[in-house]
Design a protein around this ligand. Structure first.
Ligand SMILES: [Zn+2]
Length: 673
């Protein structure tokens, strides 16, 4: 799963549960190119006609890049028609621009593929070419549908003025400020400007109903919020505009003024979504989901500060997903209740704990989400770093640092060290060790409470992390909490004589590998613990339906086992008819079907663990058709420990509680202190 071989950055959100934010690794030269484009898009004929004037920054080794299938009608350099040396790379045609040239003018035509229907989210991500159709057109920047400038191998930052004409009934949009909008009987013409350097132009068009609302920004500007929705969801506009208003108020007050003048939510006929400066492009069916405006939309709005406002230095790691997850998803959970926020932390820690020791990626090496493991690191571990950082330096210093970082790096590339510097400056303390251990280590501390003789101790497996670990001391008179500093292999925990019990990190606020007893298994662990084996029980119809389901569920193709096989050592996915599943579990001495699932729905799925700790996911169906119907919802139910599905609809789901590690102290041990 990847996007274009272009270092323009792009994010996408997964359909239902998790955010899927894809990005590539840009290395931008400083001076932006300025583009003035006139476009005519004919979605019905799937054709684009364009002319572009590029004002070039002075530099050596400048190249003009456009999609190979574009037909160039004219090409002039400083007003002179010219034949430029050209070559090809994959889908792209590249031409050398003579040194000293100030402008290039190109006119071209491009035939577009038809916008796919009934695609899955994964397929949408896999395709990157420009597509068009009356229901919706999408020309991603990464497809080089317009002439772009590279210096050496690197894409240049761009400013633009884009005039787009589409037939009546259609509306088109690109990132930037809407400066002009007019229509006559046959066509609609809109002009957009992007006055700050941005990475590339994505163009969207569709049969949109436009709704608009103006709000005042924190620095007194008028911000235009818009929805460009397909008619069938136009009634959702006002709720979405309300939600946008709340997010803009929150983030402007928290961070600083929104960097653009417009923000639009644009609906897409395909089941996916992308984030770009000043707009987000979301599937119609995604927008229909009621929770999107409460969570995912805010995450996407915040990316206008982190990602499209300050750009991550991808070659040195992507901090923007973690900071966005912390300031959006996690903050909304905190708003809801302390328990929701705790559940989110437990979820992150549980995912990280399911990755076998040594197989995780160092957070500094995360650039984009490609599969479950990279998401656990780049979103979960990264967000947890910010939870711990705020615990350590306090809310006030944290918020000042956020504002400082924004002021200093707006529209620039920034890396982890610049983020760290902002926090150090406002917290008045060195944070190099803190950042280094969470960014560079591939493993996590394994914290244990143990009584050594009469002394309760806190230990960590490898003894390499420097931690402040909350420990709760319980006695007959109540609970108190202490932060235990652990820098070496272990440390004694000072207890009062009446302490009867210790609880390790009861609120799950420390990045650490959870013990098996601390984290009940969840379905998505099957994708976190390495390549899975697949066991398909039942007849040929079951096997076919099961193979399709496995393909949708698993990040990597599974190794198929014969249906007589024992569990083995790898993560295991078992799919089959209920009776065969029960018999197989019994034969191989595995825990039986959970009692709360028996006789409910036509598909039950649950997570378990094999004796070696590896995850096992079991999917039990009443029929092959029921398994087939469950193929749609099941991939989105990864955070749960068990689910019940009836005719393709999720009718119940849940997960076992997480219990932090505890240590009972004998009265004698406590007295001895
Ligand atoms: Zn994101």
């Amino acid at each position: 799963m990847d996007v274009a071989p272009r270092p323009a950055w792009r994010r996408a959100l997964a359909c239902l549960i998790a955010w899927l934010c894809l990005s590539m690794a840009p290395l931008w030269a400083a001076e932006p190119v300025s583009l003035d484009m006139q476009l005519r898009l004919l979605p019905g004929e799937r054709r684009l006609e364009g002319s572009a004037l590029l004002k070039l920054p002075a530099s050596a080794d400048r190249r003009l890049v456009i999609r190979r299938s574009a037909r160039l009608a004219s090409l002039t350099v400083d007003g002179q028609a010219m034949r430029l040396k050209r070559w090809w790379r994959g889908d792209l045609e590249i031409r050398a621009i003579p040194d000293g040239a100030r402008t290039v003018e190109v006119s071209w035509q491009l035939d577009l593929a038809s916008t796919p229907e009934n695609t899955t989210h994964r397929e949408t991500l896999g395709s990157n070419g420009p597509t068009a159709g009356p229901a919706g057109s999408f020309l991603p920047a990464g497809s080089y549908w317009y002439p772009s400038l590279q210096v050496g191998q690197d894409d240049q930052m761009q400013r633009w003025r884009v005039t787009i004409e589409v037939p009546t009934g259609q509306r088109a949009i690109v990132p930037g400020r809407l400066v002009e909008d007019d229509a006559d009987v046959s066509r609609v013409r809109t002009i957009y400007r992007m006055d700050v350097p941005a990475t590339g132009i994505d163009l969207m068009a569709g049969p949109y109903v436009v709704a608009e609302r103006a709000i005042e920004s924190v620095d007194g500007r008028s911000l235009k919020l818009r929805t460009l929705f397909h008619p069938r969801i136009a009634d959702l506009s006002s709720d979405y505009l309300d939600a946008l208003g709340r997010y803009f108020k929150r983030y402007e007050e928290w961070i600083g003024p929104y960097p653009y003048d417009d923000f639009s939510i644009v609906s897409s006929p395909t089941p996916t979504g992308f984030g770009m400066p000043s707009l987000t492009y979301l599937g119609v069916d995604v927008l229909r989901l009621p929770f999107i405006r409460d969570t995912s939309l805010g995450h996407e709005v915040l990316h206008n500060w982190w990602g499209n406002g300050v750009y991550p230095a991808y070659g040195r790691g992507n901090w923007s997903e973690g900071l966005t997850t912390f300031m959006a998803d996690y903050t909304y959970a905190l708003d809801a209740s302390p328990d929701k926020a705790r559940d989110m932390r437990v979820g992150w820690l549980r995912d990280l704990s399911a990755i076998p020791a040594g197989e995780a990626l160092a957070l500094r090496r995360f650039t984009s989400r490609r599969h479950g493991v990279s998401a656990a690191i780049g979103y979960g571990k990264s967000a947890m770093l910010f939870v711990m950082l705020r615990d350590r330096i306090g809310q006030a210093a944290f918020d000042r640092a956020i504002r400082r970082f924004w002021r200093q790096h707006r529209f620039q590339v920034a890396d982890w060290s610049q983020l760290r510097a902002a926090f150090e400056a406002e917290a008045g303390q060195a944070l190099d060790r803190f950042f280094a251990q969470w960014l560079d280590a591939r493993d996590l501390p394994e914290l244990r409470l143990q009584a050594v003789g009469d002394t309760p101790k806190l230990s960590q497996g490898t003894g390499r992390f420097d931690l402040d670990v909350p420990v709760r001391l319980s006695s007959a008179t109540g609970n108190t909490q202490r932060a235990i500093h652990l820098a070496g292999r272990d440390v004694a925990i000072p207890v009062t004589p009446d302490t009867t019990r210790l609880t390790l990190d009861p609120e799950f606020r420390v990045l650490r590998r959870l013990g098996a007893a601390e984290a009940a298994p969840v379905l998505r662990e099957i994708n976190l613990a390495g390549r899975a084996s697949l066991l398909l029980l039942g007849d040929a119809d079951f096997a076919t339906a099961g193979a399709t389901l496995a393909d949708r569920l698993l990040d990597r193709p599974a190794r198929r086992l014969p249906d007589t096989a024992a569990p083995g050592n790898a993560p295991l996915l078992v799919i089959g008819p209920a009776a065969a599943i029960d018999a197989w579990l019994l034969r191989h001495a595995q825990a039986p079907r959970p009692a709360n699932l028996a006789e409910r729905g036509d598909v039950q799925a649950w997570a378990a663990r094999l004796p070696n700790g590896k995850p096992m996911m079991v999917v039990s169906g009443a029929s092959a058709a029921a398994i087939e119907a469950a193929t749609r919802p099941l991939p989105h139910l990864g955070p749960y420990g068990w689910v019940v599905i009836e005719a393709g609809r999720t009718v119940d789901k849940g997960q076992a509680e997480s219990h932090p590690q505890g240590l009972a102290l004998s009265p004698r041990a406590a007295q001895a202190r």
